[in-house]
Design a protein around this ligand. Structure first.
Ligand code: HMG
Length: 395
């Protein structure tokens, strides 16, 4: 049975901040961020955007009456959870008008969660091929202001419909997994910003990739020589180059044959958006599918997912004939090109201001022009509005 990604959509905030300006503020050479880190812009959510609005905006274009009727599970993966108990996907399920006969859960394991979601979706579709699963990766990556991590921040969501006989990518059955209890990046409850041991996190990421690759090969996975492209979790796009160097060391001939073009197209969106934790790997995948000028039909793609703490997984997929007809590349290009640049003060207010205070009642200013907005809290209950359906939803 062929199971995989039938449709995939991206959503990013409508504002961004340029890293050149951040470098100026930090009094350092902009080339450190542009070349050394590999980031040009960071996507900045407005006060009335959050992981729920980003998720709903990513999924909305994928839905019509037929897909609404066949989606039986929603898995939302995030590191930026909004409630200790309730799954954020329930707000999304409601905003999107999905059927009530549906299970909705939230997955958490730092940046890795969506890959666990994808594997669970694959298993569910194998069990019940007439049903589809909506997997959404949605995050706002936030570090302390003026910390080393600040330049890697970003925000965005990717929504994927997993189904039998997929129109875009067939997932292979082989899985390479590696888990290790380590404190490289973490966010204790009640903190809105992550804590990180940056250098350690890079070492653990690379160790995880080496081990996950071995596990994937031991599970019967393809050799590197059978792959055309590699998509890596990209907390910043230079990380893809570091990840590729693992293959240059362990599979030198195959890596040489692949060259930098194995991952360079997958870096384009990430450079313009920044880290989106769970969504970053899938943004890399979309970047490749949307921006490659080659026909990718029949090509094998290797994917490495990493979530600090830590879990890594290597898996692979084949691009399905006719995939181009289902591409959303024009909409994604328009979305990125129509964003508004923020100055440092506005960026600072939105990213670090007290826009979502820990009080029972507050409302957010109207900023976003997206189909969904976060209106604030009433008695600690989050309020969402849908301009698409002219509905005001409350929890
Ligand atoms: P840093 O100490 O500010 O940077 O932190 P650096 O001094 O290591 O420099 C970075 C690079 O810029 C170096 O290149 C420099 O040589 C170069 P590299 O050796 O790495 O190839 N450089 C320059 N290049 C050109 N012109 C110049 C110049 N100056 C320096 N003038 C660090 C960097 C990534 C550690 C920091 O940003 C950080 O802590 N980031 C957050 C953590 C992170 O992203 N870790 C990645 C792996 S863990 C992961 O992916 C999981 C995660 O997504 C979370 C989750 O799972 O949920 C983070």
């Amino acid at each position: 049975m062929k199971i995989g990604i039938d449709d995939i959509g991206l959503s990013v905030p409508q504002h961004f901040f340029a890293l050149e300006e951040l470098a100026e503020r930090h009094g350092i050479d902009p080339q450190k961020y542009l070349v050394g880190i590999g980031q040009e812009f960071m996507a900045v959510p407005a006060p009335d955007e959050d992981i729920v609005t980003l998720a709903a905006n990513a999924a909305l274009p994928l839905l019509d009456d037929a897909s609404r009727a066949s989606i039986a599970t929603v898995i939302l993966a995030t590191e930026s959870g909004i409630d200790q108990s309730k799954a954020a996907g329930l707000f999304v399920h409601s905003l999107l008008g999905l059927r009530a006969d549906c299970r909705v859960v939230e997955f958490k394991q730092a940046c890795y969660g969506a890959t666990a979601g994808l594997q669970m979706a694959r298993a569910l579709v194998a069990q019940r091929p007439h049903e589809k699963v909506l997997v959404i990766a949605t995050d706002i990556a936030r570090y302390e202001q003026n910390s080393e991590g600040e330049c890697t921040q970003g925000a965005g969501a990717v929504a994927m419909i997993v189904a039998e006989n997929p129109r875009l990518l067939e997932l292979h059955p082989h899985q390479g997994r590696y888990s290790l209890d380590v404190s490289d990046f973490w966010r204790p409850n009640l903190r809105s910003t992550a804590l990180v041991d940056g250098k350690l996190s890079i070492e653990v990421y690379l160790e995880s990739l080496r081990n996950a690759w071995q596990s994937y090969r031991a599970d019967g996975g393809l050799g590197l020589e059978d792959m055309s492209f590699l998509c890596f979790h990209q907390p910043f796009t230079k990380m893809a180059k570091k990840a590729f160097s693992v293959f240059e060391a362990i599979e030198p001939e195959a890596a040489k044959a692949l060259g930098e073009k194995a991952y360079s197209t997958s870096q384009l969106y990430g450079k313009a958006i920044g880290n989106c934790y769970t969504a970053s790997l899938y943004i890399a995948l979309l970047s490749l599918l949307d921006n490659s000028d080659e026909d990718l039909t029949g090509r094998n793609i290797g994917l490495f997912s990493y979530g600090s703490g830590s879990v890594g997984e290597f898996f692979s997929a084949t691009v399905v004939p006719g995939y181009q007809a289902h591409s959303r590349r024009k909409a994604h290009a328009r979305m990125l090109a129509s964003r508004t640049r923020l100055g440092h003060e506005q960026y600072s207010n939105w990213f670090y201001g007290d826009n979502h205070p820990a009080v029972a009642d507050y409302s957010t200013p109207y900023v976003t022009g997206g189909a969904f907005r976060y209106g604030g809290c009433e008695g600690y209950r989050r309020q969402y509005e849908s301009t698409a359906l002219s509905l005001k939803m409350a929890s």
